[in-house]
Design a protein around this ligand. Structure first.
Ligand SMILES: Nc1ncnc2c1ncn2[C@@H]1O[C@H](COP(=O)(O)OP(=O)(O)OP(=O)(O)O)[C@@H](O)[C@H]1O
Ligand SMILES: C[C@@](O)(CCOP(=O)(O)OP(=O)(O)O)CC(=O)O
Length: 243
């Protein structure tokens, strides 16, 4: 394999993704593992200069395992959400050649190459400002860039969805709809852009951070409780709010 014959090298890619704020909220899953929602939702993507995640991914034959640092602190990548995103992007990886660095990676090499991921949020993490949306959109986008993935944004949004539901909408700017889809495998549950970021030029969103502390109840567990206990949620899911 050409990759092994070469000297040790590190190939990197960096991306930045903004967070998004839902105007018609996603609340409740019909499939917890695939992250499939019970309703369509619509959000507005914020300006990346203000609230965003910046992620650098690196691959090297010298890395013995996949590792990730979030805001400078190492976090476990063993969770299903990270593993699903890594697996889905690796599946779609293509040949990469960097002539200047003398690197040649074959499509099949990506299954064996490990990655190191470093991400920073320029706003409070896990505090109710959708850091998971910016974070997983950025992770999927940047891994895709590193591995020369050629999928369209719809497909990337479907992969980001498997990291955090709201992340599928952060793949696009402007106003974005997450179409819940009907298929059990989630293949039609993805985001589409309704209008781009120039559509409503003078729209200003003011984010008032009242606390930067980690929330006591995450959206993931809050919506799980609602699905299990609220008859009102079933009604909300039956009415198409996004029409
Ligand atoms: N930059 C990032 N890159 C990758 N994963 C991230 C990043 N930022 C946050 N996450 C993941 O998202 C989790 C936080 O998500 P959580 O849903 O609890 O909070 P939030 O998205 O900030 O708030 P909310 O969903 O209520 O708006 C983190 O524990 C981490 O797993
Ligand atoms: C209130 C919300 O922001 C909830 C977002 O929840 P998450 O997308 O963070 O939940 P998981 O899919 O479990 O990761 C509404 C919305 O963004 O539509």
């Amino acid at each position: 394999m050409a990759m092994e014959a070469q000297a040790q090298w590190v190939l990197t890619a960096t991306g930045r993704s903004p967070t998004n704020i839902a105007v018609i909220k996603y609340w409740g899953k019909r499939d917890e593992a695939l992250i499939l929602p019970v309703n369509d939702s619509i959000s507005v993507t914020l300006d990346p200069d203000h609230l965003s995640a910046t992620t650098t991914v690196a691959a090297s034959p010298a890395f013995p395992s996949d590792r990730m640092w979030l805001n400078g602190k190492e976090i476990a990548l063993s969770g299903g959400r990270f593993q699903n995103c890594l697996r889905e992007i690796r599946k779609r990886a293509r040949d990469v050649e960097d002539e200047k660095k003398g690197i040649k990676i074959k499509k099949e090499d990506w299954e064996k190459l490990h990655v190191h991921i470093a991400s920073y949020n320029n706003f409070p993490t896990a505090a109710g400002l959708a850091s998971s949306a910016a974070g997983f959109a950025c992770l999927v986008f940047t891994l895709g860039k590193l591995m020369n993935v050629n999928e369209d944004y719809g497909e990337l949004s479907s992969i980001a969805r498997q990291g955090s539901g709201s992340a599928c909408r952060s793949i696009y700017g402007g106003f974005v709809k997450w179409c819940m889809g009907k298929n059990n495998d989630g293949s039609d549950s993805m985001a589409v852009q309704l209008v781009d970021e120039s559509h409503w030029d003078d729209l200003v969103i003011i984010i008032a951070v009242v606390s930067s502390k980690q929330k006591e109840t995450s959206s993931t567990s809050g919506m799980r409780d609602t699905v299990e206990t609220s008859p009102l949620l079933q009604y909300r899911a039956q009415v198409n709010l996004c029409r």
